[in-house]
Every structure is written in C-alpha cells, then in structure tokens.
Design a protein around this ligand. Structure first.
Ligand code: PEP
Ligand code: CO
Length: 456
C-alpha cells in the first residue's frame, strides 16, 4: 500500500475531496509490492500518461446502458478471464473483436434490438485469487495475480510482484485499444462485411448457421441500398472497453479530472466492475469507485443478500442516475431461479432500476478428475435461461450477458455441438485463469440468447 500521507497524485493537480479516502479503508486482493519506492515511481509515471478513454465516451456508454436498463437495448460484454501480454497480438485481438461482432449481429438480427458491444479487453490484466499463495510439489510461491502484477511461470523470480508491469499493462491496453478503435472505426466493422467476420474460423455448425443469417442480412442491406438508404451508420460501430477495477495502483493514477465537469473519471476504461471478492460495503474498492463518474458494474454471487444489494445502490448510485449501475449476477445454474427473484424484487422495491446482466460463467466452475478447471456449456445455457425466466416472470428487463470467450479454437469448456469432453480439454487448454467459450461455443450461445430475446 502507498503511504496515505503521501501527496495525492492527480495529473492536472486538482485535488478532489475524498478521492483518496479509500487509502484509509480495508482493501482486499492487492499484491504485496516488494518496494514502496519503485511503486511510487510507477504511480507518478502512470499519472502523467495520457488517458486511455475520454469522459465523454464513458458518458455516452452510460446513456446506452440506461436504454438497456429500460429494455430498449442489450449489453454484450465478453473477453478473456485474464488477458495476457503475450496474447495481445493483432490476430488474437482481431479474432476476439470479430467473435463479439458476430455475436452482436446474431443478437441484433434475432432480437431486432440495438446491442451494446463491450470487451473485457484492454485492461483485464489483474485477477483476484482465493489464496495468496500456490503450492506445487512442496514449493510454495505467491499466486499468479495477472500479467499486470507478476508472471505465470512457477518460479520465484517470475512470481514476485513487479510494479513495472503496471506500466507495461498500460501500454498493452493502449495498443489493444488502438487496434480495437481501428477495427471498429476503420471499415472492418462495416455491416456489409458481415460475411468476412466468419472467415478464418474453422467450419462448424454454428458457423454455417451464421453464414445463413449473414446472407439474409446481405439481402436486406442490398435491398435498402437499392431503395437509396444512407448507410453511414453501418460503417462504424461503437465498441467499449471494460475490466475489473481491482488494482488500485493502476486505477487511481489513471483517474483524471474531466475538464468539462470538474469531476473524476477513471480513464483506464469506459466501464469498470467491482468483483465478487472486493465488493465489501466498507472496503476501499467501493469507496473509490463511488467517487468516479464512469458507469459501474458489481458482480453478485450466491452469497449476496437483498440488504447488501440495496446498500450497494445507496453507495454507488444514490442519485439513481440512469445507466450508472449494472448488477452482474453469477449465481450458478442450479441456484439462479431460487436466488435471483429476491435480489431483483428487493431492488425494484427501492425504486431503483439498474441494468441486470447475467454472467453465466463464474457460478458454474468445476474441476475435472484430470485436473482442468472447466465449465459445462449446458450449465452456461441453463443459467442464461433461468435469468430470462426470472426477469420475464417479474416483469423486469434481462438487459445483458457477460461472458468469458476467445476467438480461438480452444478446448476449455465442456460440451457444445463439438461435444468437447474431459479428455479433449487437454488438447488446447490455453487460459491462465478461467475457461473460456471458444469461437463456436460463443456463436452457439448467441443464437440461443437471440431466441430468448425474441421470446421476451
Ligand atoms: C471474473 O470476472 O473473472 C471474476 C473473477 O469474477 P467474479 O468476481 O464474479 O468471481
Ligand atoms: Co474469470
């Protein structure tokens, strides 16, 4: 932890009341940096680097999320569990963006509804862990906490937390975001390219179904063009970035004062969420994030109580600002139908209308006998279905989906129409953290969600 008596680091020297109050509070899941001196140096450097996103973009996202909370749009948030520096290559970033664009097309077409596209990308480099240490064959070392903290290799040198990784994280986020902006603004995301997003992926049933839909979209676009419609709006797409706001030594120096409003924004991403392990009501994360103006998410696991959820609203969104607050529920397939109704009802009783998003990944983890951390595709689908059922029965809006995915043909989650089984997991398991849906499983899930949305 940084010495709380140190001067507040704010790039433009403005000092905002309370922005550093979190330093007095208990804080979970932070690394033990070996030297305060090098950490302070890194913080100072980060504070001088340009913002990654603008406050105006975060505001625009907030208004989009507000429309999703009203049931007029749907949020698609996806990406790696843990991004790595090594996987920040042009091809891998492109394939993740393509997968999200393809899923968004399936959802938009299937549900006739605008889809807000958001990557767990360009900053998802830090992970909370259930234990501070990891033991292998009698050797105990610090746990891997994400590329922005330490290395994955199981040796002492690699596992020491290294503050210079925060700077590398910033630059990797910056180049990732640059490429995302180029892909989504420079013609690649033009809806008339809907076929080409499918190219380069192995042929599979979900792919073929997508190809049929792309043909229909093509025909509709050509028809509209022949009618003289203006297609400027189809050439570019909005694409937002998000990550778990976990490492205060990254988030705080990247928080800047918006010159238009004089209020602080965390410019490391458009949208930040607070994880299941750091959402303590009296903790540092909640206090800090309550003071920045970005749209925020909070994960809600099975232990979340209606009282807690109401307190979260009071702390993070006392003014009930449309689009400010998103609850990302990750209750697990067996529990979603039992636990979600009480949470939703108790929120509705307060008059608040946050955006409700389903994370069907984090409540459905299991470890196979051969030692792989995995999830069953069927459980993922079942939690999504339960989420829709509950909202349908309560008359509230199922507003989005939050998933861990990759554009690569990995074998990390069981099932799907490729029927990945326990033995197949070891053929291409690449995640350093949680298992992701591969390209085909992601598309398959999109088709299923589109059906749910169409049936709303
Ligand atoms: C995650 O999103 O990777 C994660 C750790 O989730 P949760 O905080 O819900 O456990
Ligand atoms: Co995860």
């Amino acid at each position: 932890m940084v010495d709380p008596t140190e001067p507040v680091i704010v790039a433009d020297q403005a000092v905002i009341d309370g922005l550093d109050y979190w330093r007095n509070l208990p804080i979970a899941q932070q690394p033990t940096w070996p030297s305060q001196e090098s950490l302070s140096e890194v913080s100072r450097e980060l504070a001088t680097l340009p913002p990654l996103v603008f406050a105006g973009e975060a505001d625009q996202l907030k208004s989009r999320l507000a429309s999703a909370a009203r049931g007029e749009a749907f949020l698609l948030q996806g990406g790696d569990c843990a991004e790595t520096f090594a996987a920040a290559t042009a091809n891998q970033i492109r394939d993740r963006v393509k997968t999200i664009l393809q899923m968004a097309v399936v959802l938009t077409y299937g549900a006739s509804m605008p889809v807000i596209k958001m990557g767990r990308m360009a900053g998802q480099f830090a992970k909370p862990r259930s234990s501070d240490v990891e033991t292998r064959a009698n050797v105990t070392l610090p746990a891997y906490r994400g590329d922005m903290v330490n290395g994955y290799d199981f040796d002492e040198r690699s596992r020491v937390a290294d503050p210079s990784r925060l700077i590398r994280g910033y630059h990797t986020a910056s180049s990732t975001l640059n490429l995302i902006r180029a892909f989504t603004q420079g013609g690649f995301a033009d809806l008339r390219q809907v076929h080409s997003w499918n190219q380069g992926f192995a042929r599979n049933p979900a792919n073929v179904k997508y190809e049929h839909m792309a043909k229909e979209i093509d025909r509709a676009v050509k028809f509209m063009m022949a009618c003289g419609a203006d297609f400027e709006a189809l050439k570019r797409t909005e694409f937002y970035i998000s990550h778990e706001a976990l490492l205060m030594d990254y988030e705080r120096p990247l928080t800047r004062i918006d010159s238009r409003t004089g209020t602080p924004y965390d410019t490391s991403a458009h949208f930040l969420w607070i994880g299941e392990r750091t959402r303590q009501l009296d903790g540092a994360h909640l206090d800090f994030l309550s003071r920045v103006r970005n749209p925020l998410g909070v994960k809600l696991g099975p232990s979340a109580t209606p009282e807690e959820v109401r307190s979260l609203i009071e702390k993070l969104d006392p003014d009930r600002e449309p689009g400010r607050l998103t609850f990302i529920t990750r209750l697990g397939a067996p529990k979603v139908r039992e636990l979600l109704p009480n949470l939703v009802k108790s929120v509705s009783e307060t008059g608040a209308s946050p955006l409700w998003v389903c994370d069907p990944m984090h409540g459905n983890g299991l470890t196979t006998p051969n030692g792989f951390k995995t999830r069953r595709f069927d459980d993922v689908v079942d939690e999504v279905k339960g989420f829709f059922e509950v909202h349908r029965s309560l008359g509230t809006h199922p507003g989005g989906i939050h998933i861990e995915l990759t554009g690569d043909d990995v074998t990390e989650c069981l099932g799907g129409s490729e029927q990945i089984d326990e033995l197949t997991l070891e053929t291409r398991y690449e995640s350093l953290c949680d298992p992701r849906l591969n390209h085909m499983q992601s598309l398959e899930l999109a088709f299923l969600i589109a059906e749910e949305l169409a049936a709303r």
